[in-house]
Design a protein around this ligand. Structure first.
Ligand code: FO1
Length: 317
């Protein structure tokens, strides 16, 4: 087992499952989680950071794993009072979740960086794993659809992912700077870089599009391993498969391999997709067939073990 850190890039619920598994198989000082911040937006003057918050709640044992976002056992007094006052209520803010948005927004207004705020929140929730937003600058995904350009949360929540997607843009990304703690971690001989099973287009690509970051990952000695979020032609959760189809791509783990080709050394696919292994290998990508459906905590741990084991083998080669 090499001693370097495992650096995991994650979006929301799918990526967070593998991150939880990794947090069980690695000492906390050997896991660094980089989160997508292009889902982030200002709502009622509050900075909401969905993918980062899903990872925070997941590692703190507070997540509503079924819903995929927010806190378990949440109450909704704020939302019912807001509705009674006629406030726009398409985006649900639970009472406990609201405390995080209020605190974070206050700290950001005081001049703290998002990284600093996430570090403070993590410490108060007894999370030892480093959770790093991909950058501290404000960036946001615009979903280009046949109904026009939509801010990400309006596409995802208000329109329930119904519009037909034609493309994406990551507004502000050209001014984004890779998280400095991430750059440090990349310079300390990490043992693996993992693209967790999140949406390739709107969760992983925003991170890879932070100027300079894709090259830093590709050129790092550590193996770059992706876990396919597409299983049997379906996304486990969310709009990845629908987006893939609407963009005219084949909806498969092979398409995921094509999407990451040139960056990844290996792709972990589910047993259901074993027949695709040869075609993926032809792309120069090592293929590992394993169970990637994560229903139980043990599933999460087992997939994390497979991922870390693969990294060690590739590092040894
Ligand atoms: N997703 C929804 O589908 N409906 C919601 O009302 C909703 C509220 C919400 C509040 C805080 C938060 O951190 C996430 C929230 N999400 C909600 C999920 C959010 O849209 C994420 O961007 C998606 O999970 C995609 O990553």
């Amino acid at each position: 087992m090499t001693e370097g850190q495992v650096i995991a890039l994650s979006g929301g619920v799918g990526g967070a499952k593998l991150v939880l598994g990794l947090s069980h198989v690695l000492p906390s000082d050997r896991l660094v989680v980089v989160t997508n911040t292009c889902d982030d937006f200002d709502h009622y003057g509050l900075r909401v950071c969905p993918d980062t918050d899903t990872v925070i709640y997941t590692l703190a044992g507070l997540a509503d794993a079924v819903q995929g976002w927010g806190r378990m056992g949440e109450t909704w007094s704020f939302m019912s009072a807001l509705q009674a006052l006629g406030g726009e209520d398409w985006f649900n803010l639970g009472d406990g979740d609201l405390a995080l948005h209020v605190l974070r927004s206050s700290r950001l207004r005081e001049g703290a960086s998002l990284t600093q705020v996430i570090r403070e929140v993590s410490r108060n929730l007894n999370i030892d794993v480093a959770i790093l937003p991909m950058c501290d600058q404000n960036v946001s995904t615009t979903v280009e659809t046949t109904d026009g350009h939509l801010p990400f949360q309006q596409y995802f929540v208000r329109e329930k992912c119904a519009p037909i997607v034609t493309g994406f843009s990551f507004d502000g990304i050209e001014k984004a700077v890779p998280n400095s703690d991430l750059v440090l971690a990349l310079g300390e001989n990490p043992s693996a870089i993992v693209l967790a099973p999140s949406n390739p287009y709107v969760s992983i690509d925003p991170i890879l599009n932070v100027p300079g970051l894709r090259a830093m990952l590709r050129d790092n000695k550590a193996p770059v391993i992706a876990v396919s979020p597409i299983i049997g032609g379906e996304a486990v959760k969310g709009p990845a498969a629908k987006m893939m189809a609407e963009l005219g791509s084949e909806v498969s783990a092979l398409e995921v391999a094509r999407h990451y080709q040139g960056l990844i050394d290996a792709l972990i696919i589910d047993q259901q997709d074993a027949s695709l292994a040869t075609d993926i290998a032809r792309l120069g990508i090592e293929v590992i067939v394993s169970q990637t459906v994560m229903n139980s905590l043990q599933d999460r741990i087992d997939l994390a073990d497979v991922t870390v084991g693969l990294a060690n083998r590739l590092m040894g080669e």
